[in-house]
Design a protein around this ligand. Structure first.
Ligand code: MTE
Length: 324
């Protein structure tokens, strides 16, 4: 059996096809300019955005103005056609495959482990229980040194924790993606990967105000290619931590091993994965990032610019590899 010890996304990205080669530039530009002119975040069905929004119900959410961006939003059409989602293949153009094959509703979510209140429920019931969604504009910095910005819709991890009531013995929250090879044909075609995709965060991180569970983007349900119907977004960590299409949340005592951590044996993709421009990846610099769709390369910021809200969680842990 072929064992790949180095994630192939890295190789692919380093030799990535320029976006304008594989995106339909004209459709894209039409959708984007119209969308921006109308000040629309997802609501209006215009040009290429109409295709992007097909089948995704609008979602009501209140914009949380506390989260401001230092750059333009990445157009919806770009975000949902430039993805890492290995369950559908190991290249950036998985969107059509994910759109066609990911059946994201109905979708059962299991919340359990060390909790007072375990539950298994439909994702829409979970959303109803949460009682009110927020929209937050966040940056996403991939370990491959590209970045994007997204108007995510969702709720805080703290809200999930308050529903489940974790016990004092819970130290980590483990999350798991679906593992059905009939739905994700990348699972069947890449048997050397340790499916299902798993990620985890500490209880401090669960409680952090920035930690966000995403159920929508650009005013509608989150697109399949971006991890429908529910994914995580932790804006201060490299993107691979932000697991997509979650089916299971388990509060645990032992630190779980993440998907990429297991593949790279901790050499490249560690548990913490906090963004830091001064700590290079073993094979490239993390000092700057390519901002998708702009043609710009900008300096990367420590904790992706969110240090004020998150740095306190890592005080006293300096002996650990916090930035890989
Ligand atoms: N979640 C699952 N289940 N499978 C994946 O392959 N890729 C990760 C993360 N979550 C991945 C995943 C990586 S490497 C990144 S950079 C982000 O998703 C990309 O999110 P996006 O495609 O919405 O930009």
């Amino acid at each position: 059996m072929l064992i790949k010890s180095i994630p192939s996304w890295i190789v692919k990205e380093n030799h990535a096809t320029p976006e304008d080669v594989y995106l339909n530039r004209r459709t894209l530009m039409k959708g984007v300019t119209a969308g921006v002119a109308a000040g629309a975040i997802g609501g209006a069905a215009i040009g290429g955005a109409a295709i992007a929004q097909e089948g995704r119900a609008p979602m009501e959410a209140v914009r949380n103005e506390a989260y401001e961006l230092d750059r333009e939003l990445t157009p919806e059409e770009v975000n949902l056609r430039y993805n890492n989602f290995y369950e559908f293949g190991s290249h950036k153009r998985i969107w059509a495959n994910a759109n066609e094959n990911l059946v994201s509703r109905p979708w059962q979510v299991e919340i359990g482990g060390l909790v007072n209140n375990p539950m298994t429920l439909d994702v829409d019931e979970l959303i109803r229980k949460v009682g009110g969604l927020e929209e937050r504009l966040y940056r996403l910095r991939c370990v491959e040194a590209w970045s994007m910005t997204v108007p995510w819709i969702g709720f805080s991890f703290a809200t999930l924790a308050s529903l489940a009531e974790p016990l004092g013995s819970a130290k980590y929250l483990r999350m798991e993606t679906f593992g059905d090879p009939k739905m994700g044909n990348g699972i069947a075609s890449q048997p050397w990967y340790p499916w299902p995709y798993v990620e985890s965060i500490t209880m401090d991180e669960v409680a952090n105000e920035l930690a966000f569970l995403v159920v929508g983007a650009y005013g509608r349900q989150v697109p399949n290619s971006m991890g429908a119907p529910i994914r995580m977004h932790l804006p201060w960590k490299y993107g691979f931590k932000s697991i997509k299409s979650i089916v299971k949340f388990t509060f645990v005592e032992e630190r779980p091993v993440g998907f990429w951590e297991e593949i790279s044996k901790g050499r490249e993709y560690g548990f913490w994965a906090n963004v830091n421009p001064e700590v290079p990846h073993p094979r490239w610099s993390q000092a700057t990032e390519r901002v998708l769709h702009t043609g710009e390369r900008v300096p990367t910021l420590i904790y992706n610019g969110y240090g004020e809200q998150v740095a306190y969680m890592y005080a006293g842990l300096e002996d650990q590899p916090l930035f890989m």
